[in-house]
Design a binder for this molecule. Structure first.
Ligand SMILES: [Zn+2]
Length: 446
């Protein structure tokens, strides 16, 4: 990844869109590295994942003991798995955890016995509509066991006796999560959260995990106004645990995004925060509107990813969810079809650029006051306006300056001006910069 010089640079100096052609490939390579690991909401697969992320960014890894009360929940027992298979009467492994970790229902208790096909079928899960894919199933809060397999393989099972073996442990241990706090000039924070609990599944959510890793690494090379908190947590129980342990810090969170499903070919989609009109909602909508690509805006609903917890009424944080195709709306979702073919570097790069654009606007969204509010200032004598009049088209840069001058009344932010004028934020910002340099604007204090 290209780092912009060894000296910390100011993000306001960046021009967008940022050209970082290699980032899409590097995000993909990290997905590729994490793909084989069997993750869950607790356990060594999750730890190994966080250790790998720590080789990219200075992640702080925390362990929370089983039995810890976190609001209405309790940190569960830790699950670890080493091996699992189903053997037929000939002793052939017909389902093998070593081939795909999706073959075992996540959080299966240990089992070793010989059973009939009828009994075995009570513990098997398939997707008849997609007969080649293995489904992803979990049983976190009900102790049971099971196997997942393609419907094709399931259809070929003959009567007889089968040996089932799951070498797992479900015992008191810890829930592990990772956190990276990037300190900015202010204690006000931007929260970026992703779920790290899914096993070999790429779009949901290795795409989010790997993208957030590179976003954190990238932003650490700039001098930033906001502080940034990057959370790598197991879904649901992880965000509940983090919120329970950090309730006193929550007031610092001024903006936030959950990052998920960011590598598929679908259009970008944004699920708004529960507040619906928070600055983060307006910023993301602005970025998507001016991206040049189709996109979708989705109103908040109380299921989905960890925005459910951040946006629960007792917190009601301004946290939305930026995705491409949302969870549950692509056929490969929660199946072995969500693999290294579904996610691709160009889509990861596009998603990455959108996150950077969001940060760019958050960092630069200010209010100014027009120092010459009685009639327009004469821009021409300052070299800010074309000298030959009579052109039919007023230059877009000139339009942007007139909008900034007119709406810099101490009430409108640059994003307000961009949205009202229909012009892109970067254009409004560079107009404001030019006017500020010529002493026509002054910055409003917060
Ligand atoms: Zn999922």
């Amino acid at each position: 990844m290209k780092v912009l010089g060894s000296k910390k640079e100011n993000i306001p100096d960046l021009k967008l869109p940022i050209k970082l052609d290699d980032v899409g490939k590097e995000i993909y390579q990290l997905i590729n590295k994490l793909y084989p690991i069997c993750r869950s909401i607790t356990g060594d697969g999750l730890r190994e994942t966080l250790r790998i992320i720590k080789s990219y960014i200075p992640l702080e890894i925390q362990e929370v003991a089983t039995g810890t009360k976190v609001f209405d929940w309790t940190v569960p027992k830790e699950w670890d798995i080493r091996d699992a298979y189903i053997k037929n009467e000939k002793g052939e492994k017909i389902v093998d955890f070593a081939e795909s970790n999706l073959h075992v229902v996540n959080y299966s208790i240990p089992v070793k016995k010989k059973i009939s096909l009828t009994e075995l079928k009570e513990h098997l899960f398939t997707i008849p509509d997609y007969p080649d894919w293995i489904p992803y199933r979990t049983s976190y809060y009900k102790e049971s066991w099971g196997f997942c397999l393609s419907h094709k393989k399931y259809s070929e099972l003959n009567d007889g006796e089968y040996e089932v073996f799951i070498d797992s442990t479900l015992e008191n241990g810890h829930l592990t999560f990772g956190e990276y706090y990037l300190k900015g000039q202010q204690s006000d924070e931007v929260l970026i959260s992703c779920h790290t609990c899914h096993p070999s599944l790429c779009n949901d959510n290795l795409s989010g995990v790997a993208l957030v890793t590179f976003l954190a690494k990238y932003l650490s090379s700039f001098s930033l106004k906001y502080s940034y908190r990057f959370l790598f947590i197991p879904a649901t129980i992880g965000s509940i645990t983090w919120l329970a342990l950090n309730e006193s810090r929550v007031a610092n969170i001024k903006h936030g995004l959950v990052a998920a499903c960011l590598g598929d070919p679908g259009k970008s989609s944004y699920k708004k925060s529960r507040q619906g009109n928070a600055e983060i909602d307006r910023v993301v909508m602005h970025v998507l509107k001016h991206s040049g690509y189709d996109y979708e805006i989705i109103e908040f609903y109380p299921y989905g990813y960890d925005e459910r917890q951040y946006c629960s009424p007792g917190f009601n944080l301004p946290v939305g969810c930026l995705m491409r195709t949302p969870n549950g709306r692509f056929p490969e979702y929660h199946t072995s079809g969500d693999n290294l073919t579904l996610v691709q570097p160009p889509y990861l790069l596009d998603s990455f650029n959108k996150f950077v654009s969001v940060v760019y606007i958050l960092e630069n969204n200010k209010k100014y006051l027009n120092r010459n509010p009685k009639c327009e200032p004469q821009l021409g004598k300052r070299g800010l306006y074309r000298n030959i009049s009579g052109h039919a088209d007023t230059g877009i840069q000139e339009c942007a300056m007139l909008w900034v001058l007119n709406l810099s009344d101490g009430y409108h932010t640059l994003l307000d001006i961009a949205d009202i004028s229909g012009l892109e934020f970067g254009l409004i910002k560079s107009a404001a910069d030019a006017l500020f340099e010529h002493n026509l604007l002054k910055e409003c204090s917060e």
